[in-house]
Design a protein around this ligand. Structure first.
Ligand SMILES: [Zn+2]
Ligand SMILES: [Zn+2]
Length: 274
């Protein structure tokens, strides 16, 4: 090892950079290199696909991250029957979730957002999709979820050219997963709707919500979101999150987006517990 190092010493990094800057690859060579990279990437993907075939997050059949049958069988929330204000699945005529009594129990006299919609009810299948996406790192599911969420956005939401605002993950969650899952979901939704993404909110320091009951969740999240320093709020926003459990996160995020200056705030999630 020492012999090779002595015989062929590495050129100093500065020399290498200077040589490369003085001799950039010709356009043909650059084209060849990028094509070779593409083929190498394709070959690596094909190899990985042979060893670990893509499987449906729900039924585990090989093929797609979410197969057409499972996608169709999800407990879709019918937009025409759901409450247009809070998104409850059967509240279009009379909503049991956002009436005065329920709001008073949350310590509010009105909803902090102007509309809310979710693609599907939270059941075993939707839970598996969310777990496979967030915890098992199947990031391609973000687009499959966005494909079910984007069609729920009515024209009235789009009238003010809203920006998509992701509910930020806590710094601990981002570190654990290695990516900000809601940011990716928001980008997939925004792309399908032709909207911009506005990462307006700073990561919260809230404690884990999972062990808390509704009232506890609402109190735990109260005032947990704040705008990032220097970020300006769009006049209209669609806040995106993966699951609406009690509404506590969406309430807190909506408060912050509104306080930052947005006049119209909507919320869109993939799944909803009811
Ligand atoms: Zn399936
Ligand atoms: Zn409602």
């Amino acid at each position: 090892m020492r012999i090779f190092e002595t015989a062929f010493p590495d050129p100093p990094a500065e020399d290498l950079r200077a040589t490369m800057a003085a001799n950039p690859p010709s356009p043909r060579r650059a084209g060849f290199l990028s094509t070779a990279k593409l083929y190498a990437h394709g070959a690596a993907e094909a190899f990985a696909e042979t060893l670990w075939p893509t499987r449906c997050a729900v039924c585990d059949e090989p093929g797609e991250v979410l197969c057409a049958r499972c996608s169709l069988d999800l407990p879709h929330i019918d937009w025409w029957r759901a409450c247009p204000r809070c998104g409850a699945p059967f509240g279009r005529v009379q909503c049991s979730e956002c009436n005065d009594v329920m709001l008073a129990a949350s310590g509010r006299d009105r909803l902090p957002f102007d509309g809310c919609a979710s693609a599907a009810a939270y059941d075993d299948a939707t839970a598996r999709i969310v777990r496979t996406w967030k915890d098992a790192g199947e990031r391609r599911l973000a687009d499959a979820m966005a494909a079910l969420m984007a069609p729920l956005v009515p024209p009235s939401w789009l009238a003010g050219s809203p920006a998509v605002v992701p509910v930020p993950a806590t710094s601990a969650a981002r570190r654990k997963r290695g990516f900000d899952h809601i940011d990716e979901l928001s980008r997939a939704v925004a792309e399908r709707l032709g909207l911009a993404v506005a990462p307006l909110l700073a990561p919260p320091h809230a404690h884990d919500q999972r062990a808390l009951a509704r009232r506890g969740r609402l109190e735990n999240m109260q005032g947990r979101f704040a705008p990032l320093p220097g970020a300006s709020a769009p006049s209209s926003a669609i806040i995106v999150d993966d699951v609406c459990t009690t509404g506590a996160t969406l309430f807190a995020a909506s408060d912050a987006v509104r306080a930052a200056g947005a006049r119209t705030v909507f919320c869109l999630t993939f799944a909803r517990v009811w």
